[in-house]
Design a protein around this ligand. Sequence first.
Ligand code: BG6
Length: 300
Amino acid sequence: MPDLEHLNHHFAIPGHIDFVGGPGGLIHARINNTLASAEIALQGAHIFNWHPHGEAPVLWLSEAARFEPGEAIRGGVPICWPWFGLHEQDAALPPHGFARTVMWKVATTEALPDGGTRIVFMLTQEQTPPGFWPHAFTLSYSVTVGSELAMELGTHNTGDTPFAISEGLHTYFTIGDIAEMEIRGLKGCTYVDKADELKRKVEADPLIITAEVDRVYLDTTSACRIEDRKLNRRIRIAKHGSQSTVVWNPWSEKAEIMGDMGVNGYRSMVCVETVNALDNALTVAPGETHMLRAIYSVEP
Ligand code: BG6
């Protein structure tokens, strides 16, 4: 477990960022600048709050989220890496990989000229749980907190053989009510319907959610928008280096089985995920770096 005193000594910036102990004893970076506030657990480099000043919080965090060592936090921005969803060969390995549940290191913090704050996290092969993944890599994760939230996940192959990954920023967004929102930007995309025997279908626009939705949209680099009539706002999700978009809402029955979604939690969240998965999984050659980027902004 990293030392709070050490973290604050090296990386705290007055008026921008410090490090505190939180629920379950998990240490998190606490950012508060003139534009927004945010909280990021070192476990999983997991952003679990982003709140632009003057707005309702943008990221959804379950009221029943578990903050426990080695457990994924239900809400915010879990990082799925180096595989997205179930592991293709070994179902005993944890879904969505290990990056979201291991401790990351803080590499740098920075106060930006526009008032924003940047923190960069690193993960290397040393932090890979034994038997999970044999490859040499460095993963860097840059988070910029301001009136926009920007994330860059860089996968660098430090070994001498290529490796394959699938990945995603599995973001939970706060919405006023699932019946009063729609998602735009996926018109005409082919998707794999994980809630209907992996059938391939084509999306109509807009996407309105009235039951469980678990879809991997393929070959799409478009930005999406969550149009929220209840909160009277639009969340824009732009991306780069991502060929897939996943939309997920477990709906009532599955949410109840999951146990950490809270009472009626499924009504106030939707996941719109920036992903490379299934047909869009990729190979990173030795010495190369693949960048996955997502940028969120809110418009009235
Ligand atoms: C989504 C998947 O991305 O994540 C779903 O498409 C999955 O199938 C969901 O249920 C949540 O996964 P987890 O492991 O966080 O419960």
